[in-house]
Write a protein that binds this ligand. Structure first.
Ligand SMILES: [Zn+2]
Length: 253
């Protein structure tokens, strides 16, 4: 089966409500390639390694969470940026990127998917963080301590996980934000949950965790953001009956 790139763009922009969510980058079709879409490769970041893997797979479309043209980045298309864009154009590959709209989507988003991996129920968007869905919270379905939740996160995300807090502290309620969400720790503490899970840590995050009495986990920016684009790809496969393949380019950050 195949669809047009215009059909795909229209479908994704509407599904992910791109015109309702302010962001730091353009969401949607960032680099135009083939007008026919038959083979989509999905991945977290449009790095050269992912582009090369998409070319090797014969893909006409690359769908990612982290694309290009971030607010504040240098605009000239030189160096690494030139090589990436040249590879896409030379191989007629569409680059679709969805950042915040993919973090917050109620079913397919990074946060929803991470909540399910954590084993949370009653998953709710935090009312004190914008856009809605950028922080979610819920109850853990099984009993946990800091140490056992650290171990569970490490198993499901397949990497080591930093934990800050008393290792035997009981944890029954959790808030989370995938990726670089450490600055939401204060909003998480305001929710009154036992723990906050995100991808990255900063020096000051540890002090905030200690002083606000919330257990903190940093489980990897890449690792916590694999699952939104993966779920979105699976959705596209079942909706359009087109070939979609998720490729994980490992990243320890
Ligand atoms: Zn991210």
């Amino acid at each position: 089966m195949s669809i047009t790139s215009f059909e795909l763009k229209t479908y994704l922009d509407s599904l992910l409500r791109t015109n309702e969510i302010a962001d730091y980058c353009p969401n949607g079709l960032q680099v135009e390639g083939s007008s026919r879409v038959q083979k989509i490769v999905t991945g977290v970041t449009a790095s050269q390694a992912l582009i090369d893997a998409a070319i090797a797979k014969g893909a006409d479309t690359l769908l990612v969470h982290h694309g290009y043209f971030w607010k504040g980045e240098s605009q000239p298309i030189v160096g690494m940026k030139k090589r990436r864009i040249a590879s896409l154009l030379a191989n007629d590959i569409n680059l679709f990127a969805y950042h915040l709209p993919l973090d917050v989507h109620a079913e397919l988003g990074n946060n929803r998917q991470l909540g399910e991996l954590i084993g949370a129920s009653d998953i709710t968007a935090a009312a004190n963080a914008k856009p809605s869905g950028v922080v979610m919270h819920g109850k853990l379905e099984s009993e946990h301590t800091t140490a056992s939740l650290q171990q569970k996160l490490s198993e499901v995300l397949k990497r080591s996980v930093l934990a800050e807090g008393d290792s035997s502290a009981p944890i029954s309620t959790v808030a989370w934000c995938t990726g670089g969400g450490q600055n939401f720790i204060e909003q998480a503490a305001e929710l009154g949950v036992d723990a906050f899970v995100t991808g990255e840590v900063s020096e000051q995050t540890i002090h905030t965790a200690r002083e606000m009495g919330i257990v903190f986990f940093a489980a990897g920016h890449h690792a916590t953001e694999r699952y939104g684009v993966k779920a979105l790809g699976e959705h596209l496969h079942s909706h359009f009956d087109i070939d979609v393949e998720f490729i994980d380019i490992d990243n320890p950050a």
